[in-house]
Design a binder for this molecule. Structure first.
Ligand SMILES: CC(=O)SCCNC(=O)CCNC(=O)[C@H](O)C(C)(C)COP(=O)(O)OP(=O)(O)OC[C@H]1O[C@@H](n2cnc3c(N)ncnc32)[C@H](O)[C@@H]1OP(=O)(O)O
Ligand SMILES: CC(C)C(=O)C(=O)O
Ligand SMILES: [Mg+2]
Length: 558
């Protein structure tokens, strides 16, 4: 039964003098990837050694310096993978591998066995401390649970002494930390830290997991600030966070947790992991990047990251995934496209020192995304977007009044199909409706004479109609006059624009014309070697689209 009364609200700790809301993140935290452990333990098909190797190589390439490579006492593939990394010398000198183990002697012993020969490694031991786990899973009181942690810490230290050639660091997680009374979490961690004696120079990491996300991120931040303030040897310990995403706030909790004093963050690429996943390191890293902070991880090839993650996890990355998804830099809606187009033009024109483009929080090219994907056209799109596609993909720059003309045609086509219209389809529609010279109406030649500031013109078209003759203050006016006389219509030139074409095209000039005949507008765009030819052809093409041009053919037949 769907009944909210089955649940009760999370009880926040009382921290009235919190300082974290006034903090700002100014540098990247230390990172630890747990893709190969927490990510792996959540998969339908856990990664095989080959997949793990591929993921490890990617993590190294991205710049991770600490990588939890598995739970070697849990399965043979995990054990074998750790051995492979060490035996085949696959771990760069500046990278430290980490393994997870429960606080059980045989598992700790097996973990060390897997790490034999490593230059340096972090042994990560955990046990659960929350009220629920104490009462329901372990059936123990506070002292009993603390004893598991302390005993685990002792074994971790004792077994490390059997491998003196390795530089060891120790990590402890009070699993289900967020469901634990804070003063008790501090008590347990203080006891573990006392066993490991960080004051002697040994690196000790205390990792605080939101094993299951239970509260809003501000409550988590309060817990972290409380913990950091009360830990006896805070200065000698690296505080790490390990958030999950059950409420969809894994990244937010980690960010507020950094503001509250944490030094290190555990997470996975694109957020794979238990249930709704671990904290997504790509998202947090890109959040920093978009604020002008070096994430110290290189996400410039997001395509490769997605490919490897999908290959190793056998799970797809969502199209709307923050920063990485296929559609996250794409605007379909008209007003967004218009704003992006103007904003990018403004940006380029004014050479702005920082990226500030409407609807695009970062430059998609920074992570290997092309501009092509930014604007895609369907029935939700507008004239700005269509104009952008023609400019961007084909160098066809149209005057503003033409944008709505071509957009109307594209919108109609999109409504008819109910689907996206590709860039090539837009170009084809443009050519069919505005750019193609209607059969029989190409300008074969023309003569222009100026007589006392009046231009007299004689115009031949391909259909071998009798030459048109007319006069006016310019060539266009002369041709319009000729058409009016010949077909007995009134023609208004409502728009006329000429522009030089960019280098690299055969034609040198482009003319855009709109004629209004009997209340209806007919438009055409023509390019030619010279401006007069382009303008005259544009007038002929526009006129040819009107029903009056039919008369011409009938006349010819007669
Ligand atoms: C939040 C997390 O992500 S924690 C990490 C979880 N990761 C994994 O579970 C990795 C895969 N796990 C496994 O392969 C196995 O569970 C193993 C190898 C770790 C242990 O295997 P097994 O001993 O066969 O089984 P299982 O996990 O059910 O053991 C449970 C026992 O461990 C105890 N236990 C559980 N966690 C811990 C811990 N952190 N420290 C000490 N004891 C623990 C339980 O109380 C229980 O004891 P009981 O047998 O007296 O009731
Ligand atoms: C083992 C710990 C760190 C964990 O994965 C969790 O609590 O989520
Ligand atoms: Mg976890």
């Amino acid at each position: 039964m769907f009944d909210h009364r089955k649940y009760r609200a999370f009880t926040p700790i009382r921290l009235t003098d919190r300082t974290w809301p006034d903090q700002q993140i100014t540098k990247a935290p230390l990172w630890c990837s747990v893709d190969l452990r927490d990510g792996n333990q959540a998969l339908i098909n856990p990664m095989n050694v080959e997949q793990k190797t591929r993921m490890f190589q990617l993590l190294v390439k991205l710049g991770f310096k600490e990588i939890e490579v598995g739970f070697p006492s849990a399965s043979q593939p995990d054990f074998d993978f750790v051995r492979k990394l060490i035996v085949e010398n696959l771990i760069p000198d500046d990278v430290t591998i980490q393994v997870l183990t429960q606080a059980r002697e045989e598992l700790i012993a097996r973990s060390y066995e897997s790490l034999a020969g490593a230059k340096k490694a972090i042994v990560h031991v955990y046990n659960s401390t929350s009220t629920v786990q104490r009462e329901q899973v372990f059936g123990m009181d506070r002292e009993g649970i603390k004893a598991i942690a302390v005993q685990g810490a002792k074994w971790v230290k004792a077994y490390s002494e059997q491998y003196p050639d390795t530089e060891w660091a120790f990590q402890y997680s009070p699993e289900s930390f967020t469901g634990t009374e804070m003063e008790y979490a501090v008590e347990v961690c203080d006891a573990v830290i006392a066993e490991w004696q960080p004051e002697t120079g040994r690196k000790v990491i205390i990792n605080l997991p939101a094993t299951v996300e239970m509260s809003t991120p501000n409550v988590f931040a309060d817990q972290i600030e409380y913990f950091c303030r009360h830990l006896a040897q805070r200065q000698s310990v690296i505080i790490s966070l390990h958030t999950h995403n059950d409420r969809g706030c894994g990244v937010a909790a980690a960010e507020l947790g950094i503001m509250a004093g944490a030094d290190r963050i555990e997470g996975t690429l694109l957020g794979n992991g238990e249930r709704t996943g671990n904290m997504d390191i790509v998202t947090l890293g890109m959040n920093l990047y978009s604020q002008g902070i070096d994430p110290t991880l290189n996400f410039s090839n997001i395509k490769e990251i997605i490919e490897v993650v999908e290959y190793c996890t056998e799970l797809p990355v969502a199209a709307r995934h923050p920063w990485a998804g296929e559609l996250v830099y794409t605007a379909f809606s008209g007003s967004h496209q218009d704003a992006i187009r103007k904003s990018i033009q403004y940006h380029e024109k004014h050479q702005l020192p920082h990226w500030e483009v409407a609807y695009l929080p970062i430059d998609p090219r920074d992570i290997g995304r092309e501009y092509e994907a930014v604007v895609r056209i369907n029935s939700q799109s507008g004239k700005g977007g269509v104009a952008l596609v023609l400019e961007r993909d084909y160098g066809i720059s149209l005057p503003k009044w033409m944008h709505s003309e071509i957009s109307r045609v594209v919108q109609k086509a999109s409504e008819n199909t109910g689907a996206e219209i590709t860039s090539l389809q837009i170009k084809t529609l443009f050519e069919q409706h505005f750019n193609r010279i209607p059969y029989g109406w190409s300008l074969n030649g023309y003569d222009l004479h100026t007589n006392q500031s009046i231009v007299e013109g004689r115009f031949n078209v391909a259909a071998q109609l009798p030459a048109f003759e007319g006069k006016g203050t310019g060539a266009v006016e002369a041709l319009v006059h000729a058409l009016e006389q010949r077909f007995n219509v009134k023609i208004n030139v409502t728009h006329f624009d000429e522009s030089a074409l960019t280098e690299g095209t055969d034609a040198k000039a482009q003319a855009c014309v709109a004629l209004q005949i009997d209340g209806i507008t007919y438009s055409a765009v023509t390019s030619a070697d010279d401006t007069s030819a382009a303008a005259l052809q544009a007038v002929l093409s526009a006129f040819a689209r009107s029903p009056f041009s039919q008369t011409a053919l009938e006349q010819k037949i007669a």
